[in-house]
Design a binder for this molecule. Structure first.
Ligand SMILES: C[S@@+](CC[C@H](N)C(=O)[O-])C[C@H]1O[C@@H](n2cnc3c(N)ncnc32)[C@H](O)[C@@H]1O
Length: 209
């Protein structure tokens, strides 16, 4: 069994200390736009993305303790001021701590694929999740999804086309295997090294919704 790592970092937040919903302007000390990464893993993607976008505040969540620890280390070493890390389950965290119509971007990179057919309903991203997420996004918010798992990528790309209130930024493609300017995560690099293709999906919440 893996031992639990105590995380001592100014950028690590404990949910029980936050309001419902949390006051992110007060937490970051400014009113910059807020973006969320779900399942940040070891934090390589968020560190690169946040360093490139100091004008945006990033919340990185993962329910993996060691991943949160490694993410915090990266953020601290790089002295990034615009990232906060929490050990949280995505749906519960969003429902309780994210104000409605507040996120300008959501990133989900290589979520657990649950490859067995009988486990597919455990996948994070599906129609119900996107309908749930929609109300937490500002009009014009970006939704990014990346997976190495063929049928997860094709499923999400297909499902998104039937969802009202989102436009496909990659149209006429439903997905692409390369996305210029999008940083690669640890898992993306690992899968690419194994010769697998990454499915990138990029949608934007329409302005009218
Ligand atoms: C396969 S790893 C990918 C990590 C990282 N995004 C990358 O691409 O390198 C999936 C990560 O998502 C986290 N995760 C899965 N479901 C989650 C959920 N519902 N809420 C928060 N984290 C979740 C797991 O703990 C794991 O760290």
């Amino acid at each position: 069994m893996q031992s639990f790592i105590h995380i001592e970092s100014p950028n690590y937040l404990r949910t029980e200390n936050l309001e419902k919903p949390a006051d992110w302007q007060a937490i970051f000390g400014n009113n910059q736009p807020i973006a969320l990464e779900i399942g940040c893993g070891i934090g390589d993607f968020i560190a690169l993305t946040a360093a490139e976008h100091p004008e945006t505040n990033f919340i990185a969540i993962d329910f993996y303790n060691k991943g949160c620890y490694k993410t915090c280390r990266r953020i601290d070493v790089q002295s990034l001021k615009n990232v906060r890390v929490l050990r949280e389950e995505a749906r519960q965290f969003i429902a309780e701590r994210i104000p409605k119509s507040s996120l300008t971007a959501v990133y989900i990179n290589c979520p657990d694929p649950w490859p067995k057919k009988k486990h597919r309903k455990r996948r994070l991203v599906n129609h119900a999740f996107m309908e749930f997420l929609q109300s937490y996004l500002v009009p014009g918010a970006n939704f990014f999804f990346a997976t190495d798992f063929d049928d997860y990528g094709i499923d999400v790309a297909g499902m998104m086309t039937g969802l009202d209130g989102f436009e496909n930024i990659l149209a006429p493609d439903l997905y692409r295997h390369e996305m210029e300017g999008y940083h690669l995560s640890k898992y993306m690099r690992k899968f690419m090294a194994e010769g697998k293709k990454i499915y990138f999906v990029h949608y934007r919440k329409t302005e009218e919704t």
